[in-house]
Design a protein around this ligand. Structure first.
Ligand SMILES: Nc1ncnc2c1ncn2[C@@H]1O[C@H](COP(=O)(O)OP(=O)(O)OP(=O)(O)O)[C@@H](O)[C@H]1O
Ligand SMILES: [Mg+2]
Length: 174
């Protein structure tokens, strides 16, 4: 069994939509070629909102919607290519040609996969797993981030360092 270093799991509270967008923006800014963000969480948890933030952080205009007619949308105008997959409709289908996704999951761009659990066995070993939970307050979310692999660990460290600094600045200015 692989032993993961201390610090590969982080729990954060996102108190508003804006906080989720800002957390995503930082994620987009610190993402590296090959970074895979796997997003899980119930309907309406905030996966697409977080994706919009990541897209903005990569320098793209807001990605407000999930791809409707395809499972993957490609955006090439940012700092790195972004592949946004929403696999909701794949749910529990028995036969899947998962190598369809390999060019995105193992490419040099940034991948964001909503409902990533449906292709769990096909995900790269090096990836960030993010699970969003709704909290009692309607606009609050808890997010668990787990980094698997060296690239993901590096991204997570930078991401949470920058997020802490942003929160500290917010506290000073409010
Ligand atoms: N802190 C928050 N972060 C993200 N979304 C929030 C937050 N607070 C409230 N919301 C609301 O929750 C909803 C999240 O919707 P979103 O489409 O991002 O979820 P999703 O997880 O992608 O859902 P689906 O599974 O249907 O794709 C939005 O209506 C948003 O305004
Ligand atoms: Mg969504």
């Amino acid at each position: 069994m692989t032993e993961w270093p201390v610090g590969n799991v982080q729990y954060l509270t996102l108190k508003s939509v804006e906080a989720t967008l800002q957390f995503g923006r930082i994620g987009g800014e610190v993402a590296k070629p090959g970074t895979v963000f796997c997003l899980n969480g119930e309907l309406g948890a905030g996966k697409t909102t977080l994706t919009s933030g990541i897209a903005q952080g990569l320098g793209l205009d807001e990605v407000t919607q999930s791809p409707t007619f395809t499972l993957v949308a490609e955006y090439s105008d940012g700092r790195l290519p972004l592949y946004h997959m929403d696999l909701y409709r794949l749910a529990e289908q028995a036969s899947r040609e998962m190598d369809l996704f390999d060019e995105y999951l193992y490419g040099e761009g940034v991948c964001v996969v909503e409902w990533a659990q449906w292709i769990h066995d096909f995900l790269p070993d090096d990836r960030l797993e993010l699970t969003i939970h709704k909290l009692d307050q309607p606009d609050a979310r808890e997010i668990q981030v787990i980094a698997y692999g060296k690239l993901a660990m590096d991204v997570l460290k930078e991401w949470t360092d920058r997020w802490s600094s942003w929160q500290w600045i917010q506290q000073q200015t409010n």
